[in-house]
Design a protein around this ligand. Structure first.
Ligand code: BGC
Length: 438
């Protein structure tokens, strides 16, 4: 685990002592429609900067969906190294997945005397899978199976395929686990799992998960002792549709505000992926690149306003060009501390000076306007940080299904100083870099 190393940025960015740096007049956060930018002459700073730097050389940050092969997980190094100011910002998927699995296991162990609803000696769980081609989703499925002893390895990696229905324990993608508690032995079984994709193709789909739990409960409800989900959007949908009323512990991921609050009402727990740190990093690396300063500024090294992150909340892996926030388990023991999921992280909450960090324009998209985590947690955080960092961000909302719906709205990259991209599919990095290379 390496800390951010000093990377000297080529001075490709003009050191602009921007003529019009008064941030207040240009901070409107619009949901973009194509090509409606104000007349070029009215914004000298943006025009000058954009005019001098080729789009292919502008800072580019991928976030939340890491450029990678959705079948193998292999990183798309071409996208990650598109230019010298290209980075990915996400979180440590494996560390978080392990935490989620451990949290579920700890809960089962601590509540072993009451958890087995039908007393058959089998602790049955169902699993909502977000996107079978998304590395965060794959990691979480593996983490849960690994902790609960239900994992099956294929070629050295845990199988993360959905099983459909497995009430009889014969599925080959998983196995029955065994758990010894207080001298008694229990079987742990993944009764069912499914990718929650709607008919239009949107993944991590909360409504689909709400329907799935209804179907599962109707046919083998008494066997379900635990509900697990790859995220809180789907987890809360299942909790509200069924498990809350039944008193069945339900576990998610993301620490969205509604899920954290629900811990007080029986939601089993969630994982904070430190979205407050990720949203900061997403915009901070852009800020640093545009300022032409060391990329570690305000990250591992304090900036002049006092913003700095400590090692326990993130790591930087240089050969992946990736910043990863670290995760924290949120359970009934600590959930009160996580109630406000859109609050900026205090150590990086200081406003930058607008004369030395003049306003710059950033194009940023969210792949799916209906994604609970990105919509209710991540974007509000970005909107808090963009002010602190003097970035005028244009937020583009995708439909979660078609990349073109988003790329069509990147028709004039010359109007922006930098780009932050959240892809529909992790394989599609080239759809964006092609537009920036034109
Ligand atoms: C989040 C999910 C979200 C997905 C979208 C994941 O990191 O945990 O909640 O739906 O990203 O890409």
């Amino acid at each position: 685990m390496k800390k951010a190393l000093a990377l000297t940025l080529a001075a490709a960015m003009a050191l602009s002592l921007a003529a019009c740096s008064g941030g207040d007049t240009t901070t409107s956060e619009s949901t973009a429609s194509t090509g409606t930018s104000e007349a070029a002459t009215s914004d000298a700073a943006a025009t000058t900067t954009s005019g001098e730097v080729a789009n292919k050389d502008k800072p580019l940050v991928w976030f939340n969906r890491q450029p990678s092969n959705s079948s193998t997980g292999e990183l798309d190094k071409a996208a990650l190294t598109f230019n010298e100011n290209t980075y990915y910002v996400g979180f440590d998927a494996n560390q978080g997945a392990e935490l989620q699995g451990q949290m579920v296991l700890d809960y089962i162990t601590a509540n072993i005397d009451t958890i087995d609803q039908n007393g058959d000696g089998i602790i049955g769980y169902v699993l909502a899978i977000g996107d079978i081609g998304h590395n965060d989703s794959i990691a979480r499925t593996r983490g849960v199976r690994s902790a609960l002893g239900t994992a099956v390895e294929v070629d050295g990696a845990i199988n993360s395929d959905p099983v459909g229905t497995n009430t009889d324990g014969t599925a080959t993608a998983v196995q029955d686990g065994t758990l010894e508690v207080n001298g008694k032995s229990y079987v742990v079984r993944e009764l069912a799992s499914q990718e929650m994709k709607n008919s239009a193709g949107a993944t991590w789909d909360a409504a689909t998960a709400g329907n799935a739990i209804g179907t599962w409960a109707a046919s083998f409800g008494d066997s379900i002792d635990v509900v697990v989900s790859n995220n809180d959007g789907m987890g809360m949908s299942m909790f509200n549709a069924w498990s809350k009323e039944k008193g069945i512990p339900t576990f998610g991921y993301d620490a969205n505000a509604d899920a954290v609050a629900a811990i007080g009402e029986g939601y089993g727990g969630t994982i904070s992926q430190h979205a407050d740190v990720q949203a900061y990093l997403t915009l901070r690396v852009i800020r640093n690149a545009l300022d032409g300063v060391d990329i570690d500024t305000g990250i591992g090294t304090a900036d002049e306003a006092g913003n700095v992150l400590s090692d326990d909340v993130y790591k930087y892996v240089e050969d992946e060009r990736s910043y990863y926030a670290l995760n924290v388990a949120v359970t009934k023991d600590n959930y009160q501390d996580f109630m406000d999921s859109t609050k900026v992280y205090e150590p990086v909450s200081n406003q930058l000076d607008a004369t030395t960090h003049p306003t710059k324009k950033v194009w940023l998209d969210i792949y799916n306007s209906a994604d609970n985590f990105l919509g209710s947690t991540y974007q509000p955080l970005l909107q808090n940080y963009d002010d602190l960092l003097n970035l005028e961000v244009e937020y583009i909302a995708g439909d979660g299904q078609t990349e073109a719906n988003i790329t069509n709205r990147l028709s004039n990259p010359s109007q922006y100083d930098a780009f932050a991209i959240n892809m529909v599919k992790t394989d599609n990095g080239a759809s964006y870099t092609a537009l920036l290379s034109q």
